[in-house]
Design a protein around this ligand. Sequence first.
Ligand SMILES: Nc1ncnc2c1ncn2[C@@H]1O[C@H](COP(=O)(O)OP(=O)(O)OP(=O)(O)O)[C@@H](O)[C@H]1O
Length: 297
Amino acid sequence: MPKKKSNKKMLFVINPISGDNDKISLEKEIKALLKPHSVDTEFYYTTGKNDRESISEIIDEINPSTVVAIGGDGTCNLVAQTALHTPIKIGIVPLGSANGMATELNLPTDLEESLKLILAGKTRSIDVLRINKEHISLHLSDLGFNGQLIDVYEKGETRGLLSYAKSFIDNFGNAAPAKFEIVCNGKNISKEAFMVVLANASKFGTGAVINPLGKPDDGYFEIVVMRPQNFMHFLEMLVPFYTSKIHTLDFVDTYKCQRVKIKNQKKQSLQIDGEKIGQPLQVDVEILPRSLEVIVP
Ligand SMILES: Nc1ncnc2c1ncn2[C@@H]1O[C@H](COP(=O)(O)OP(=O)(O)OP(=O)(O)O)[C@@H](O)[C@H]1O
């Protein structure tokens, strides 16, 4: 029989390898900062294998009111899988490489500030994307060039934004557009594109706004079809990325949807919230409106 839920029982899920930062003393620091608040704490360190099952087992056993993801977007996604459609509050301490979801939600990066916010416990119910029935996406996922980059980045020996930027420069020359057949809101769209973004959110962790129309709690997501055709187009994107105008460019198409089917004629790399998934020939996406409670400022 599950134990009664306590308001102050928190499970901290720590990814020891995320970002480029040392987390050795983190557990001690968290315990010290939370001591005056009499919070019951439990810690789980991810291994990269069967973490979802292990976290779900701990949740069943201790019934926490809050589960805190300490890591990057992959760790947030992992924790979200265990709390979808439940009243469990998700806290985020952004200690990943890009921290896209934390940037989207304006979360602090400092541990003490993060814990203050988590103790305050104010939540926002956000939408989540269900992809091919087996994955979820909270932030930004895509098919095409970025997925290829993440492939290369994950095979590298270092993490962090600098390593990602290096993968971009090394692979940019090999980027080629592919044909995508998209069915969005019952409409058929056929495009040659460099990448197709499935966007629940608006911006990458770097602050570059890929989807100015995006709000993670509006009951919709956007498909952003990027069709730059030459090097000048890439240069033309730089300023609009940082002035929230990317959707106004002729070679960027944005569609607001609740359900989408994408078929690629050639295999394209799919990445979900920064994690490489594979090269599916078809991607089905649907929105799960307001299915996750995330702690926000
Ligand atoms: N102990 C571990 N050893 C190796 N890999 C791990 C371990 N724990 C988690 N992982 C892997 O870490 C990845 C998730 O990392 P996460 O996204 O949180 O950080 P990041 O990639 O540095 O940040 P961001 O996604 O914000 O760029 C997953 O692929 C997961 O399998």
